[in-house]
Design a protein around this ligand. Structure first.
Ligand SMILES: [Zn+2]
Length: 337
């Protein structure tokens, strides 16, 4: 378990002074840059029994357990819905429905038992919670109680893309650590190493976040991007009803993501800048930008941001898609008098 190369310096700095390790740490930064991997590497290093220059040795009993996923002094808390994502297979729609998208209060209450025990290895214990913005309000309040009376020898790590959505009282109890994306050159090298076919397009589409870029380059994701952008590029405007009819729940967040990046690019092109995300589609962007209404695009940006906050549990994916594409048409298809 190791952090990505671009975060190793940060990890070493944090571990250099173990005596001053905080009780709680909030690791934040953009999606898709490797924050969770950083937090796991931190946990492994803190638990390691023979750290080398502060970092996990990889060979002691503790490191061995950690790599096997069964270290008794480590807990990772995620929403149920995130549990089987790692398997890589699409979960059947029925099973997906039953899985919770939030971190429940029961999950936080269970921590109490974990914390009450003495550690198995007479050292630290580490609790990793992500994404922290998925904490149910009741769970957040329960966690706050733990943070207010920090247990000894315990490190609680929260990871979040959207720290503004956490309770201010939780944020204020944590040391904040902001992680950033690597420089473009380093990100491209890494993507090539991962076998991504068109790393420049993927990285631009992901706004510079390498892990997100890798995910977006996977064939089903790349196909969804192609479909969404082809729809948004249509000279006469999108066909909301037709497009939305094939919309699946799992794709709503990505639809909104691609609409946000496309609208962001339209504004940049319109306001005399260059596309940030979809430079590979420059002619279509230019054409759509010329026909668009700038105020309308700003309003659409706000609407998409609001939709994104609800997108992890859309009640009706078809209606959400239809509604957003209609809003898009209003902002981009100017009917000549
Ligand atoms: Zn070790």
């Amino acid at each position: 378990m190791s952090a990505f190369p671009w975060h190793r310096g940060e990890l070493s700095r944090l571990l250099a002074d173990r005596g001053r390790m905080p009780h709680a740490l909030l690791v934040h930064g953009r999606a898709g840059i490797g924050k969770v991997e950083f937090a796991r590497a931190l946990a492994e290093s803190v638990l390691c029994e023979a750290p080398r220059e502060g970092l996990a040795c990889g060979v002691c009993a503790s490191c061995h357990w950690f790599s096997q996923g069964n270290h008794p002094d480590f807990r990772e808390i995620v929403p149920e819905s995130a549990l089987e994502d790692d398997e890589g297979e699409e979960a059947p729609a029925k099973a997906e429905k039953a899985k919770s998208l939030v971190i429940k209060i029961e999950q936080i209450r269970a921590i109490a038992d974990f914390i009450a025990l003495t550690t198995h290895r007479a050292g630290y214990r580490v609790l990793l919670i992500h994404p922290a913005e998925a904490l149910h309000p009741a769970a957040a309040n329960a966690l706050l109680k733990t943070l207010e009376e920090p247990p000894a020898n315990t490190l609680i790590v929260l990871v979040s893309d959207q720290p503004a959505r956490l309770l201010a009282t939780i944020r204020s109890r944590c040391r904040l650590l902001r992680l950033t994306a690597p420089p473009r050159k380093e990100a491209l090298e890494w993507l090539r190493g991962e076998g991504v076919a068109a790393p420049e397009v993927a990285l631009a589409g992901a706004g510079g976040a390498p892990l997100l870029a890798r995910d977006l380059a996977e064939p089903p994701e790349a196909e969804l991007r192609r479909r969404v952008l082809a729809e948004l590029a249509r000279p006469g405007g999108a066909d909301p009803v037709q497009f939305a009819s094939g919309m699946e729940k799992a794709n709503v967040e990505r639809l909104i993501y691609w609409m946000q990046t496309w609208v962001h690019d339209l504004l940049r092109v319109r306001l005399a800048g260059e596309a940030r995300h979809h430079g590979d589609l420059a002619p279509a962007l230019k054409a759509r930008a010329q026909a668009a209404d700038v105020e309308g695009l700003f309003a659409l940006e706000r609407e998409l941001a609001a939709a994104r906050r609800l997108a992890s549990h859309p009640l009706n994916p078809r209606l959400v898609a239809e509604h957003l594409l209609m809003a898009y048409n209003r902002a981009t298809v100017v009917t000549k008098p």
